[in-house]
Design a protein. Structure first.
Length: 470
């Protein structure tokens, strides 16, 4: 690979030339001479040069599948009639199934198998709630997966013991009963992430099996997924090239809390292997239970709170004392904020997706998408962290707003330590870089993906300007 010399980029407020080669930053300075004739020169025209962005919490294969599924969110279909039209237009896959995603009951109410049959009953349909916790199957799908005789605790049943078609937190169980097929390609998702400037991702899917880990590794090796990858759900004793194991993911279900001893054992089991934990806490009760467990069993550096969707003020000093990091998703405020206004008690509005108060308390704060359940665009998530505006324009928790530079920092922190300061662009650092078309003074007020001009991963262009070299 020939080298690259970026001229006149804004780096930490100064205009510098930056030389890149062998996957790393080799040199920075003023008016650097070309190393040789083969070195490619790129004038930055004062555009800001940043470390690559990290999405600290998403779900790779679920997002890839979501991109190929029928969208049923309130922004796309507005009522039962619109939902029926969307499902009728959907083309079944080669196995005869329709996969629909991002449904919310504000569209057509609490659906079950009978309700879904009325919308589309001629083929098997499975529809995922936008929370990711619930699948609704129509009657053909119920029969196809043998829901009537299923022993999974997430199978909802009526008073007579018949399955309603609603299946809670049973992704793995359902996947094992669907027609076999290859996992969805990650190529389109990899390109989209690169276009946003994301060079590293943390997949937050729990309990990954060896085949899924291998599929991620293969996508990275063949270039379909150019990003560096950390896996929260990698097996506790995983050790293989490719994606790196992150903290061990533990889900505290929104609908039913685990027993105290059960959660304590899960945390201790991860800690005994030397891995921190990343614990899904959406409800206030889940958060307080996890904090109580850590008070007894002890925290490990790197332990994380995922989501922290409702954080009461009295929990903030406890989170700080335990040394926890928080990875949260303010993008939900823009995406679902009006639902929160209607469905969350007014006295809890300030507790939703806290940001500023966590930073003020000295708690490391990383931002993320939780895609496909939240908006994938990191710049949209940053804008949501700054404005905290719902779709109707209301502001949820004005005291929790971040400054634009703070919001950007939430995506610039390293994957292994979300919330830490961004790494600096210095000789010897990896050339995972994002060149913007404008300086920071213009980029920060807008926080728009349109400003992303070029994205490099280990010095190789993966999105943006065609440099004419590889």
């Amino acid at each position: 690979m020939t080298g690259l010399l970026i001229r006149g980029a804004e780096v930490d407020g100064a205009l510098l030339d930056v030389r890149i080669g062998h996957g790393r930053v080799l040199e920075t300075g003023h008016a650097l001479p070309r190393a040789d004739r083969a070195e490619h020169e790129l004038p930055a025209h004062g555009g800001a040069l940043l470390p690559g962005l990290t999405d600290h919490h998403l779900h790779l294969f679920a997002t890839a599948a979501d991109l190929a599924s029928t969208a049923c969110d309130p922004a796309t279909v507005h009522d039962a009639r619109g939902l029926a039209q969307a499902l009728r237009r959907a083309v079944p896959d080669r196995h005869g199934w329709i996969r629909a995603v991002r449904y919310h009951e504000s569209v057509a109410g609490e659906l079950d198998a009978a309700g879904l049959d009325a919308l589309r009953g001629d083929v098997a349909v499975r529809m995922q709630h936008r929370s990711g916790a619930l699948w609704v199957l129509n009657s053909r799908a119920v029969a196809a997966v043998g829901l009537a005789t299923a022993g999974h605790p997430g199978v909802e049943r009526d008073a007579d013991g018949r399955p309603t078609g609603r299946l809670w937190r049973a992704d793995g169980w359902l996947r094992g009963r669907l027609p076999s097929g290859d996992p969805p390609s990650l190529a389109g998702l990899g390109r989209r992430l690169a276009g946003y400037g994301i060079t590293t991702v943390t997949d937050a899917t729990p309990d990954l099996d060896a085949a899924t880990v291998a599929a991620v590794s293969e996508a990275m090796a063949c270039g379909e997924l150019p990003q560096r990858v950390h896996l929260l759900g990698a097996p506790l004793h995983a050790s293989r090239p490719g994606p790196r194991p992150g903290p061990w993911k533990i889900v505290i279900a929104d609908s039913s809390l685990p027993g105290y001893d059960q959660l304590a054992e899960a945390v201790e089991a991860a800690h005994r292997t030397g891995r921190p934990v990343a614990v899904h806490c959406v409800t206030r009760e889940a958060l307080l239970l996890f904090l109580a467990v850590l008070e007894e069993v002890g925290a490990l550096p790197g332990d994380r709170l995922e989501h922290a969707s409702l954080t009461p003020p009295e929990a903030v000093p406890v989170i700080r004392r335990l040394g926890l990091r928080v990875v949260t998703q303010p993008g939900f405020l823009a995406d679902r904020g009006d639902d929160y206004l209607r469905g969350t008690p007014a006295e809890e509005h300030a507790d939703l997706y806290r940001c500023a108060s966590l930073r003020a308390a000295g708690i490391p704060l990383g931002l993320s998408s939780d895609a496909p359940y939240g908006p994938l665009d990191p710049w949209a998530v940053m804008r949501a962290a700054v404005g905290r505006r719902t779709g109707s324009g209301a502001v949820l928790g004005p005291d929790e707003r971040l400054a634009p530079a703070q919001a950007l920092a939430g995506y610039l922190s390293p994957a292994h330590s979300p919330g830490d300061p961004p790494w600096r662009i210095r000789p010897g650092t990896p050339a995972d870089l994002v060149l913007l078309s404008v300086p920071m003074a213009q980029a920060l007020p807008l926080l728009d993906a349109e400003a992303v001009r070029l994205v490099l991963l280990a010095g190789r262009p993966v999105a943006g300007d065609d440099l004419g070299y590889t």
